[in-house]
Design a protein around this ligand. Structure first.
Ligand code: 5AD
Length: 355
């Protein structure tokens, strides 16, 4: 590998200009360990420069697994009749917020499948109660909704919203999401930004039909969106979906994407996702933290329901108790010479003008 060339390509994609697709593909295609190490180290340095050393925690409560979505990789999709569906009671969600607050975490992520008959006012009241009782930052992750709904929840105090584009290639998107609309998903992301949410998006690595150029274009899409949060996960096949026989996404490809996305987009909070921690026996989240990621999301869904939020199999959180999981995370994070941060972890663009 020509290390001079590698360094100059990394500097090119790091500069504020819109990067060349060819440069991004070059980095995503790196194979030699020495070269990949250079990429990861650079990404780690960018994370350190813009976000500092600390790992931010967000507590997630998966409050419903009902879904009208057709996402062909996801176990919650509406065609999966094997899955027992649940929706938590308001009290159970508030209990989750209490537990999160007790652990010192300052953000609750309320996630669900995309429910068509979600009562917007029910959720509004839950957001308000969480704000009054525990003053947590509230992140919603509940799919494609109307501008009016987004506005209602924003006015109730919701701070952030996660809506992954999954793939920014509209043809591939339509193949993987029959009857769903790429344009509507982009409309949602734009509405969320207009309403002042800190918006998060992301993609999946290893989707059937996806190539390196698609991933490179995802990274450019993220740069254009000026995101507060960005999540890159490997595909993990779920046996109750049409993609059950596909191979899982490649861990190295996922880490390289994370690293390049960090270098290109610089400031978003990027989770070391549960999916990368679940893909095999190794806890790859710790590697993700060393090539661009700065967030971990312990799971606070009640134990019985947690097993039913089966987007993909063998999620690490299926077995853990969140408080114990945090203790063990503390240790693991210390072992890689990083610290836990108990701040809200708002989007960097809100607090600093980045040059
Ligand atoms: N493998 C990995 N990630 C998945 N997601 C959904 N299904 C899978 C899967 N089989 C991700 C999607 C979604 C998030 C909640 O989980 O990116 O946005």
């Amino acid at each position: 590998m020509d290390m001079q060339k590698l360094k100059s390509v990394i500097e090119n994609v790091y500069s504020d200009k819109i990067p060349e697709i060819a440069d991004i593909c070059f980095l995503l295609n790196l194979q030699e360990k020495d070269a990949v190490d250079v990429l990861f180290e650079f990404a780690d340095g960018v994370r350190d420069k813009y976000l500092g050393d600390e790992v931010i925690l967000r507590g997630i409560v998966e409050f419903s697994n009902y879904c009208v979505g057709t996402c062909s990789y996801c176990g919650l999709n509406r065609f999966n009749s094997e899955l027992k569906r649940y929706r938590l009671k308001a009290d159970q969600i508030i209990d989750g917020a209490k537990e999160i607050s007790r652990s010192g975490i300052k953000t609750i992520v309320l996630q669900s499948g995309q429910e068509d008959d979600l009562d917007s006012y029910w959720l509004k009241e839950i957001i308000e109660e969480i704000k009054v009782k525990y003053d947590l930052a509230v992140t919603l992750s509940i799919g494609e909704k109307s501008y009016q709904d987004y506005k209602l929840w924003r006015e109730a105090g919701a701070d952030r919203y996660l809506l992954k584009i999954e793939t920014s290639d509209s043809n591939l998107y339509h193949k993987l999401h029959p009857e769903m609309s790429y344009q509507n998903r982009v409309r949602c992301l734009n509405d969320l930004s207009t309403l002042g949410y800190q918006a998060g998006s992301g993609n999946i690595i290893g989707l059937k039909g996806q190539n390196v150029e698609n991933i490179a274009k995802d990274i450019l899409f993220f740069k254009k969106m000026r995101l507060g949060m960005l999540s890159v996960t490997p595909f993990i096949p779920n046996m109750n979906t049409v993609l059950s026989n596909e191979l899982p996404g490649d861990v190295m490809q996922t880490l390289k994407t994370l690293a390049v996305a960090r270098i290109v987009t610089k400031t978003p909070h990027m989770p070391a996702t549960t999916a990368i921690g679940s893909i095999d026996k190794k806890d790859w989240r710790l590697y993700a933290l060393k090539c661009g990621a700065n967030v971990i999301m312990p799971n606070f869904t009640p134990k019985n329901e947690r097993m039913l939020y089966e987007i993909y199999p063998n999620k690490i959180c299926f077995k853990e108790n969140p408080t114990k999981a945090i203790d063990s995370l503390f240790q693991k994070i210390k072992n890689i010479s990083r610290n836990i941060n108990f701040s809200r972890g708002d989007a960097v663009y809100l607090s600093k003008q980045i040059s």
